[in-house]
Write a protein that binds this ligand. Structure first.
Ligand SMILES: [Zn+2]
Length: 72
């Protein structure tokens, strides 16, 4: 599934048949992480996972940093 779409695919409407079900009329979008700048091209559904995953990680990273600073 990863690396399936390229910049040429942005804006295309696709059908996705995955293990957990099928999605229809999914749009291929380009999204990026506002914190680290990582970019992702894929369906909106996958883009949501990408953004959520980054958000979750950066929040964790930030909290860890805060905790470390408090200990010093
Ligand atoms: Zn990020």
């Amino acid at each position: 599934m990863t690396g399936k779409y390229t910049e040429k695919d942005i804006g295309k409407i696709v059908e996705v048949h995955g293990e957990n079900g099928s999605s229809f009329d999914e749009r291929i979008v380009l999204t990026f992480c506002k914190i680290c700048g990582a970019r992702f091209i894929g369906t909106i559904r996958e883009a949501g996972g990408f953004i959520g995953g980054h958000e979750m990680f950066h929040t964790w990273e930030f909290q860890l940093e805060m905790e470390t600073e408090m200990e010093v």
